[in-house]
Design a protein around this ligand. Structure first.
Ligand code: NAD
Length: 296
């Protein structure tokens, strides 16, 4: 259904997702404000555009993979953005895979649905936005094994499923607009807190004289088992292949984790919900990021 795919944001995640779309046979057109990020693709023969608007002109569907809510807002509604002057030229579907707050996803979804779709005026097609953030880091983006959690129209989700599956191995429909973003920040909130818990418990265990490997074996056959204990163990040498066993190289940086926890904390504040563990975990991660900055 979608032959021409536009992609905006060619960073650590986006560049790898584009490579998988190209491999799957889609005609991809790309844009990034960083010329070096675009050069890699122009060298491969992938068309590059100077603005999001030009990407929209060339694409049936556009995917964005940007650092934060404000970047996404700019790319959608800025002067040379996807929705120039409240008009969409060609794509009826816009997919945002960035990790942003659900409120922004919902706001943009309403803005997109009010746009006039110029190319398809006679068909009365209403343009749609899906929020489709991902779980799995750079390695999963490269391997095409991301998990997409998707909010917005179910019909659009079904139409976009082949696209998701060319970049990932799981797609989960989460309900109305903004629910994909809500799912992502809740997932990362639970992950951050369990990771801190496993780290603290392993540190205490070692101080009490149990080796981290033995304690990990106990966790993984008992009720403390979680992703952080059985796949991403924080102690060097316990788990071959985990970032901790290669000097934390390629791991999920604490500054990215802090960004996601901050989104959760802000969303909770916005609706007047108290999330004390989120606030505490956020403080610890911000402190860790500052300490690491000083060391490096
Ligand atoms: P990144 O910083 O490596 O890449 C972002 C890209 O967007 C950069 O190339 C930047 O030049 C480009 N960009 C910024 N503003 C732009 C604009 N106005 N127009 C066009 N391009 C613009 O970030 P990343 O690691 O690829 O992450 C992207 C998103 O995915 C973030 O929201 C992040 O939270 C989320 N995410 C990241 C990971 C990870 O492990 N890195 C995992 C899951 C989700």
């Amino acid at each position: 259904q979608f032959e021409s795919v536009g992609f905006i944001g060619l960073g650590n995640m986006g560049s790898r997702m584009v490579t998988n779309l190209v491999k799957a046979g889609y005609n991809v057109t790309v844009h990034d404000i960083n010329c070096n990020a675009m050069k890699k693709f122009s060298d491969m023969g992938v068309p590059t555009k100077e603005t999001p608007f030009e990407v929209a002109e060339a694409s049936d569907v556009v995917i964005t993979m940007l650092p934060s809510s404000s970047h996404v807002f700019d790319v959608f509604t800025g002067p040379k953005g996807l929705l120039q002057g409240g008009n969409l030229l060609r794509p009826w579907l816009l997919i945002d895979s960035s990790t942003i707050d659900p409120q922004t996803s919902r706001k943009l979804s309403v803005t997109v649905s009010k746009c006039n779709l110029k190319g398809k005026k006679d068909n009365l097609v209403i343009p749609v936005m899906l929020d489709a953030p991902v779980s799995g880091g750079v390695l999963a983006a490269e391997a095409g094994t991301l998990t997409f959690m998707v909010g917005g129209s179910e019909e659009a989700f079904l139409a976009a499923k082949p696209l998701f599956l060319s970049m990932g191995k799981n797609t989960i429909y989460c309900g109305k607009a903004g629910n994909g973003s809500a799912a992502k920040i809740c997932n990362n909130l639970a992950m951050a807190i369990s990771m801190l818990g496993v780290s603290e418990a392993l540190a205490l265990g070692q101080s009490l004289g149990i080796s981290a490997s033995t304690l990990t074996k106990v966790f993984n056959s008992s009720s403390a088992r979680c992703w952080s204990s059985d796949s991403y163990n924080p102690v060097p040498g316990v788990m071959e292949g985990a970032p901790s066993s290669r000097n934390y190289d390629g791991g999920f940086a604490s500054k990215l984790m802090a960004k996601d926890l901050n989104l959760a904390a802000e969303s909770a504040k916005d609706i007047g919900k108290k999330c004390p563990l989120t606030s505490h975990a956020l403080e610890m991660l911000v402190l860790t990021s500052c300490l690491l900055k000083k060391i490096n």
